[in-house]
Design a protein around this ligand. Structure first.
Ligand SMILES: [Zn+2]
Length: 129
C-alpha cells in the first residue's frame, strides 16, 4: 500500500495515476486530477469540496517535517546554543518544507483519498457505465 501511495496511484486499483500530470510542473496544474481513475473508474473527488480538509493535512505534514529535520540535523550537524546552528537549522528546514510543498500538497490529497477508498472496494461505477 505504501509504495502505491508514494507513487500517488489510485487507492482502488493502485494502477491509475491520481494526478493528470505525473510531474509537478507546470505548478499551476499541480493539483489537477482526472474526474475518474483512467484504469478503474474510481471517482477522484468523492464529493464537492472533498479536498477542503487537505490544507490541514499538508500543514500537519509540514510540522512533522520540521521535527524530522530537527532529528537528522541534530544527529548530523549538531545543535548548540553557542553558535548559529539553530538559525541554520531553521533556514534549512524552511527551505526543505517550501521545496517539498508541492509534493506535500499532493501527498495530503493522496492520504485523504486513501482514508476513504479501500483497495478493491472502491466505487468502480462499472454498473453505471
Ligand atoms: Zn483506479
Amino acid at each position: 500500500m505504501l509504495p502505491s501511495m508514494l507513487k500517488m496511484k489510485c487507492p482502488n486499483c493502485r494502477k491509475g495515476h491520481m494526478f493528470t500530470n505525473k510531474s509537478i510542473f507546470p505548478l499551476g496544474k499541480l493539483l489537477d486530477m482526472p474526474e475518474r481513475c483512467p484504469v478503474c473508474g474510481q471517482k477522484m473527488e468523492l464529493e464537492v469540496g472533498f479536498y477542503y480538509g487537505t490544507g490541514y493535512v499538508s500543514y500537519a505534514l509540514s510540522v512533522g517535517l520540521f521535527f524530522f529535520n530537527l532529528i537528522w540535523y541534530w544527529g548530523l550537524i549538531g545543535l548548540s546554543y553557542k553558535d548559529n546552528s539553530i538559525f541554520y537549522y531553521l533556514i534549512t528546514s524552511v527551505t526543505i518544507v517550501l521545496l517539498l510543498q508541492p509534493w506535500l500538497m499532493r501527498i495530503s490529497r493522496v492520504l485523504y483519498l486513501y482514508m476513504f477508498v479501500k483497495y478493491g472496494k472502491g466505487n468502480t461505477m462499472k454498473s453505471e457505465e
